[in-house]
Each structure stands twice: as C-alpha cells, then as structure tokens.
Design a protein around this ligand. Sequence first.
Ligand code: FPP
Length: 248
Amino acid sequence: MTDLIENIIPEKIPKHIAIIMDGNGRWANEKGQDRLFGHVSGVESVRETVKTGIELGVSYLTLYAFSTENWKRPKEEVDGIMDLLITSIANEIEEFNKNGVRLLTIGEINDLPKQCAKSLNNAIELTKENSKLTLILALNYSSKWEINQALKKIAFAVKKDDIAISEITEELIHQYLFTNSIPDPELLIRTGGEYRISNFLLWQIAYSELYFTEIQWPDFRRENLVLAIIEYQNRERRFGMLSSQIAL
Ligand code: FPP
C-alpha cells in the first residue's frame, strides 16, 4: 500500500499549521464515557500530530488547548484539563528534547492554576534551545482579548509619544500580539465538524487556508494531517490577486 505522504509536495509544506482541536467531549460521550476521557485520549492525537509535523518539516504548530471561554465549563472538567496539562507536559519534556521540540504558549498563562503555569514555564525554559518544531499551546487564550491588549499598549505608547500614529502599521500591530515571534499560519484545521473560528487567531488567519473535518480530535491521526496538507497544497492562494498574476 502506498503511503499518502507520497502525494505531498515537500517544497509546499506549510511552515505554520494551527489547529482547533474539537470534539473530545462528543467522542467520549459516544463511547459512554465522561468528557474528560475524551481530553485524555486527545493527548495521543497531540503527540502524533507533533511527530508527523516534524516528519514533514512543519516549523510551527499552534494548538488551541483552552480558551478564555472554557472557564465557563463545569469545574470538574476545567480541573481535569489543568491536571492533564500538568502531567502531559511533565511526561513529554524528555521526548520534546529528543525530537527538537521547543514549547511556547500564547494566552494569559500566569492566570492559570499556579502548578499549571509553573509546569509550563519550566517546560518552556527546558526546551528553549530546540529548533526543529515550535509547539505553541494557546491556553487561556482569546483572540479578541489579544487584540484588545495590543490596542491598549499601542494607545499608551502613542500617548507617551513613543509611537506616532503614522507608524501604526500591520507590522507594528503584529509586534504587539502574543504571536510576535511567529509567522502567520498558512493552514488552519478544525476537527469535530463545527464550522467556526471560535475567537482563535483572528488577526493572524487573514490569509490562511481553512480546513474543516468531521473527525473528532481523539481520532485525528497522521493520515488526517497528511490529507489536510494535500488539500492545502491543491488550493490556489491568491492573496487578493488573479490566477494569472500568481502564475507569473
Ligand atoms: C475541545 O473539545 C477540546 C478542549 C477544550 C481541550 C483540548 C485539550 C486537550 C486535547 C489536552 C491538551 C493536552 C496537551 C498536552 C496540549 P470539546 O471539549 O469542546 O469537545 P466537544 O465539542 O465534543 O464538546
């Protein structure tokens, strides 16, 4: 059997893939299990996606792991996700270092439970020299909030005369986002059969290709990522231009 991967064009691998990992709860409920079982199972999909990303030469992978809206979920589920993060991060550090994975986060990490923030900051420090793939976990993250805090900082800098209004360009705004050291994603994937962006990277996905799949996150495997990349490679990215101009 030929591997699907042979259909991938190596020169057109997206440098940055962002994923909205959805469907954990429904996947677990369909199996008569509680929602947390879905999140625990989703960690294996995270592992496989990181591994496949490295294999294909993806440089940045951003995963939407916990939004600011997710705090509204039952306490039991929120506590479970936080505990899962602490144990998963601790378990993965060795593997990250072996495979060249650098961990970063976007979102208000310091408002997470103390132990969780500590474990993340520790993993960020221990993996900071790695350079194969940067894994960015969006945690306690909301895009509108990110843009709001950027606007406040820019307004403050203008008020102090550090920035002139004429200097507020797209590049400058990018500097004030959590993602200031990261290129925008070329491909955004959402699993779980919902067709929404859910307050994720609104500024950064202006020209990203969007890929939605019915697959629930705990079922997302290597071949699903490969299929998404193949579809991405078959799309024409025009950035507002005409096909004839792209071909030039
Ligand atoms: C969305 O599914 C999933 C989450 C809000 C949490 C995702 C967290 C993990 C997979 C664990 C992360 C671990 C690491 C190491 C990054 P949902 O609960 O919204 O599912 P539903 O739509 O079926 O209810």
